[in-house]
Write a protein that binds this ligand. Structure first.
Ligand SMILES: [Zn+2]
Ligand SMILES: [Zn+2]
Length: 892
């Protein structure tokens, strides 16, 4: 479309509202403030139909990044669409401000260590630091036009959330789903706390593989009199003081004679049994392995299966204990160096070579985990893996393929869920223990939330043995133990002591319609939410889950501080309107990782300008109020409204399926090509030649409709236009975002004939321009070869054609092959020195095309992918011919 920016000079209506250019820098913040102040997105609990979203509470640990912008915006597309399509939407916002992340943020920000403070004092400091970040976060999210109901926010450390979290703990305990046990635990020596399986991740590290000689002191018969050694290969010599046995594979013939014997550990001198076990990896090292308490998960299994000794050589902070003798007090890394050196000087180190291997690190801090024996609380999960898998299957997954991540996680689950953490900034575990018999005493539900460190236990003496002293639990919950309860927090799940039952503030919300989240936390957040909610309510918490991918840089690499390729949203939004960023965010299929593309933001900006200019033109062409629908619509108007119907149906279906990129592209194409390029040009001309009720009605109906369809993607500009053109009514508070989603009006037209007619009109317009004719110049005689039935008059009127003849068949056009285009990148390698001969053959016309293959000079055969045929089409009749996609137009 060339000239939507030029208003027609004739008859500009006096009621014009829209003037000037679109200036998002003023308009966007104005609406962001207005929406928050006017409670535009308030949830209506009494509405008949609703859509409830359980949004991810972002960790309060820093500033907004592109991943947030992308994820919040996707959620907002859903919320805005459903707010219009349903009666109301529950779209809350949470801040995850308990747990290690916010604790480490506080330590960093204030340059302190949590160990140096009393829990309450340290927690106070966390609250203060988090409060600042939360305020900033809120402003950032509001500036992205995320249509959250700001009356429904929660913080995971808030007392009411603590109450839900502690209630959950008590309920699972009563159901027999929780236990406390002293056992090997996955431990982060940097954070100094137990962690769960989901928090450890693989990291490749370069290290040394050391061959160490062990002395054999006895075989299965008893002590031996001869000297015999065998080799153990290990990457962790600092575990030698913790060695409790040596294992041999039962199929290892070479070493079978050692089984039943006893070995002496070099430097540390403890004597350990040699045992056969199938879990030995015969391919690595010498085939013999030492078992230490504990180097890895295998060690734990062996320890439990063979009832081995326990030798704890490493403590909570990865410091060597007294078990390590001379090495006590060293860090594990210092001890490794020192032990290697001593093994070498004593003659026990046979070889040391470079080795790459995978270690387990804590995902929060990147420090290698240890396996320590500690007392922790667990939620039992391993016994119900099948049930949780089934629960996952009950939800609809968008995209479907993401279910496999949930499935793989459950299949690889090896630990019950350790939920106790030795940290300060968490929700306290509401339990005390009898100092005499160890009996746990749970808090009473009506007293929650409690902090056992400062609150009294509910009884004066142990109910089991009568002992008077009870010790408070000092540990707090894993942060996921609370964030896995967000559906229950949002729906107001609580315990009613009077009724002695669980109750809900908003029972209508549960189960939620949608859980949107990233694929990186399927194992963390989604899985744990399913487990907890399922155990508490017997129901799966969500009908559907929408899984988004990650934002990458323009080269499709993950953004990371270390690579220096992080693009902060603030920088993007300094250069582009928020609506343009949202246009970009709608540009990929759900679940796929997604590169940042400036070109997409620019395309978004162009769309905003086009939308503004087209709206200005519509405004100039139409009266203020929508006229009544005329009894008879012109064929072009009916066609446009039928096209609009088809677009409404299709875009609606795509929003229902979370197929935002398809919805966006289809809508843009309807607006840009069909409405602006085709229809608006004709409408402009018709109105300029005299007011036309059919066109005015169609223009206004279509304009209102596509503003609504665009509203979820481009909330600012659509709101501004809706407001300036006074389209709103009092019922909806004047906002486009609370209007009803459009439904098809039932217009019928031959869409194909209409589209072909539009092609013909553009071809004639082009003809006039190219021949220096004014657009309203008369054309004596035009022939159209193509299906335009019912639109003949429309074409004639629009293009001032005096005589229009139409034919369903094609005119007399001769097609001649005028040349052959070879794809030399393929032909060259395939035919080598024959290329010259092939070129020559084509040049002299010595070739034929047979069944799509090119035969040159009777001897070279080229497949259809190697060449293209150039054709000339000649019209031998009278007049000038133009071809469009579906028609041939001849101006005579
Ligand atoms: Zn850590
Ligand atoms: Zn007791």
């Amino acid at each position: 479309m060339s000239d939507t920016q030029d208003p027609p000079t004739e008859e500009s209506p006096a009621d014009q509202q829209l003037t000037g250019e679109y200036d998002p820098s003023d308009i966007e913040p104005k609406w962001q403030d207005h929406w928050v102040n006017a409670d535009t997105y308030a949830y209506d609990g009494d509405a008949d139909t609703r859509f409830a979203i359980d949004t991810p509470p972002p960790t309060v640990s820093g500033n907004l990044h592109m991943g947030h912008l992308y994820q919040f915006t996707l959620q907002d597309f859903v919320a805005r669409y459903h707010r219009m399509a349903d009666d109301t939407v529950y779209f809350p916002f949470g801040y995850d401000d308990n747990g290690i992340a916010s604790e480490r943020l506080t330590e960093r920000e204030l340059d302190i260590r949590h160990q140096d403070y009393e829990r309450r004092v340290f927690q106070e400091k966390c609250r203060e630091v988090c409060a600042d970040y939360e305020e900033e976060f809120t402003e950032d999210v509001q500036s992205l036009a995320i249509s959250v109901d700001w009356d429904n926010t929660y913080k995971t450390i808030a007392p009411e959330v603590q109450r839900v979290s502690q209630l959950s703990f008590l309920d699972l305990y009563e159901q027999g789903r929780e236990y406390r046990q002293r056992a090997p635990t996955i431990w982060c020596p940097d954070c100094e706390t137990a962690i769960s399986q989901v928090e450890q991740e693989d990291e490749d590290k370069a290290t040394k593989f050391n061959d160490i000689a062990f002395d054999l002191v006895a075989d299965s018969e008893g002590p031996i009199t001869w000297d015999e050694t065998f080799t153990i290969s290990t990457t962790r010599p600092e575990l030698l003081p913790a060695c409790v046995s040596v294992f041999v594979h039962p199929d290892d013939d070479e070493n079978q004679h050692l089984v039943g014997g006893t070995a002496r550990v070099p430097l540390f001198e403890q004597e350990v049994p040699i045992i056969a076990d199938e879990r030995v990896d015969m391919e690595t090292g010498s085939g013999l392995v030492m078992c230490c308490t504990f180097g890895d998960q295998n060690d734990i299994e062996w320890y439990q299966a063979h009832d081995l000794d326990l030798r704890l050589a490493i403590d909570e902070s990865a410091t060597m204990t007294e078990v390590a003798g001379d090495y006590e007090g060293m860090s594990t890394h210092e001890a490794r160096e020192a032990i290697i050196e001593d093994l070498d000087s004593e003659g026990y180190l046979l070889e040391s070579r470079d080795h790459d291997h995978t270690v387990q690190v804590h995902e929060r801090c990147g420090v290698e985990v240890e396996y320590l024996v500690t007392e922790q609380w667990y939620i039992e999960m391993l016994d119900k893996k099948d049930e949780y898998l089934e629960a996952g299957r009950e939800m609809d997954w968008y995209p479907e393929k993401m279910f496999s991540r949930y499935q793989h996680w459950i299949e690889g689950l090896e630990w019950d869920w350790c939920i106790s953490r030795q940290r300060d900034s968490g929700i306290p575990i509401p339990v005390w223990y009898c100092e005499d018999c160890g009996e746990p005493v749970m808090a009473r539900r009506e007293d929650l939330p409690v902090d056992p460190l400062s609150d009294d236990p509910p009884v004066d003496a142990c109910p089991e043995c009568g002992h008077g002293d009870l010790t408070p639990e000092e540990d707090v919950f894993d942060t996921w133990a609370t964030s896995s309860l967000t559906p229950l927090v949002n729906a107001g799940w609580d315990w009613d002591s009077g009724a002695e039952d669980f109750v809900w503030d908003n029972p209508e919300l549960y189960p939620f319609d949608l859980r949107p989240q990233g694929h990186d936390i399927i194992s963390f957040w989604l899985f744990h939410t399913v487990v907890k909610c399922y155990e508490h309510t017997g129901e799966v918490p969500f009908d559907s889950v929408m899984i988004n991918g990650m934002v990458l840089d323009e080269n499709r690499e993950a953004m990371s501080k270390s690579k220096g390729n992080v693009i902060p949203p603030s920088e993007v939004l300094e250069n582009f309107p928020v609506d343009a960023a949202r246009y970009w965010a709608a540009g990929t299929s759900i679940g796929d990782d997604f590169p940042y593309k400036e070109g997409d933001l620019e395309a978004g900006e162009r769309l905003l300008q086009k939308l503004w200019n087209a709206s200005r033109l519509v405004d100039q062409l139409t009266p203020a109020a929508v006229p009544e629908e005329p009894d008879e619509l012109s064929s072009v108007d009916r066609w446009l409204l039928a096209e609009l119907d088809a677009t409404i149906d299709s875009v609606t279906a795509k929003f229902e399926d979370y197929a935002f990129s398809k919805a966006r592209n289809e809508l843009r194409s309807f607006f840009w090509n069909t409405f602006c390029d085709d229809y608006l040009e004709i409408a402009k001309q018709r109105v300029s030649e005299g007011s036309d009720a059919s066109t005015e009605y169609t223009l206004l109906t279509a304009h209102r409709t596509f503003l609504k369809l665009f509203a979820p993607f481009l909330p600012h500009i659509t709101e501004e236009l809706w407001d300036r053109l006074a389209y709103g009514d009092a019922d909806t508070g004047g906002s486009v975002h609370t209007t009803d989603w459009p439904v098809a009006g039932g217009y019928e037209a031959d869409l194909e004939a209409g589209e072909t007619a539009m092609e013909v009109v553009s071809a004639l317009r082009r003809y006039k321009t190219e021949n220096g004719l004014p657009l309203n110049a008369d054309l004596d005689h035009v022939e159209v070869y193509g299906h335009v039935e019912g639109f003949e008059a429309a074409i004639g009127e629009a293009m001032h054609v005096e005589r229009l003849d139409t034919y369903e068949d094609a005119p007399d056009i001769t097609t001649e092959v005028s040349g052959i285009d070879l794809d030399y990148s393929v032909v060259g390698p395939e035919f080598g020195s024959d290329v010259g001969a092939i070129d020559g053959g084509i040049e002299s016309g010595d070739y034929e095309i047979e069944d799509g293959r090119l035969v040159v000079a009777g001897e070279f055969e080229l497949g259809s992918d190697l060449f293209e045929v150039e054709e000339t089409r000649t019209y031998s009749g009278e007049g000038e011919m133009t071809e469009t996609e579906n028609a041939v137009v001849v101006v005579r």
